[in-house]
Design a protein around this ligand. Structure first.
Ligand code: 0O2
Length: 218
């Protein structure tokens, strides 16, 4: 089969929006299946699921246009595929921080995925207090006559981080990005509390694991 691999981007000859959406949807399916397999295998080997749940979405056209405007780019299909990295987005929600890094490592080891960049907002939270682990990956999508490397943004976070982010997102939109200072301060404080909770839950989980091992050994 004579297939060429290339990156979807400026100068690309895909005909229009529908084709691009088909490709991004296919990329979501591919990455989603990979994650399910990793989770199932982990359950099989360790009798434990690192993933609590997965959410995926295609970015709304208005949000794509808004982002392009913010970047100072014209709203064209080639600009969108070139500059907007999170058109296809998958969010993996885990119980513990250790699961996040475990998942990231397993994803990084998949030979047919290319990790383009990583942003660790857990070690380096955003000023807002936002915490999450972001991986930008590309996955080859095999069409009938060509192969297109397609970008997917993977966000990995704990349940507590997800709770904080969805609340903050709602507040952000309520105030159109200009929340009063005292609300932003409160949110940063909540982000700190969430980190403490995540750390406490992780150490509790480790204590439970050790206690169980000791119990089984006796
Ligand atoms: P939505 O509605 O979730 O799609 P950017 O910094 O936005 O120019 P980049 O490089 O994609 O571009 O940024 P980043 O930081 O890697 O990821 C952006 C996404 O992370 C956001 O997408 C959010 O989903 C999430 N995110 C980043 N910062 C925050 C934050 O302070 N609060 C919350 N709640 N989420 C955040 P979008 O497109 O902004 O929004």
């Amino acid at each position: 089969m004579n297939q060429r691999t290339r990156t979807l981007g400026i100068g690309e000859d895909v005909d229009g929006w529908k084709t691009v959406m088909l490709i991004y949807n296919s990329a979501l399916k591919e990455v989603g299946t990979k994650l399910e397999i990793l989770n199932d295998e982990f359950q099989h080997v360790h009798q434990y699921n690192p993933i609590e749940y997965i959410k995926s979405r295609i970015k709304a056209p208005e949000s794509i246009v808004k982002k392009l405007k913010r970047y100072g780019c014209e709203s064209t299909i080639s600009n969108m595929t070139e500059y907007v990295n999170d058109i296809a987005g998958i969010r993996i929600v885990c119980s513990f921080i250790s699961d996040i890094y475990r998942m990231a490592e397993m994803i990084g080891r998949q030979n047919d995925l290319t990790v383009v960049s990583v942003k660790d907002y857990i070690k380096h939270p955003k000023r807002s207090g936002y915490k999450s682990y972001h991986m930008l990956v590309t996955i080859p999508i095999f069409l009938s006559d060509r192969v297109i490397d397609t970008k997917v943004e993977i966000q990995i976070r704990t349940i507590a981080m997800d709770f904080w982010a969805s609340l903050e997102h709602k507040i952000y939109y309520k105030f159109e990005g200009n929340a009063p200072d005292y609300i932003s301060r409160e949110l940063r404080e909540c982000s700190g509390i969430i980190s403490m909770l995540d750390a406490k839950m992780l150490s509790l989980n480790e204590i439970v694991g050790k206690a169980k091992e000791e119990q089984e050994a006796t």
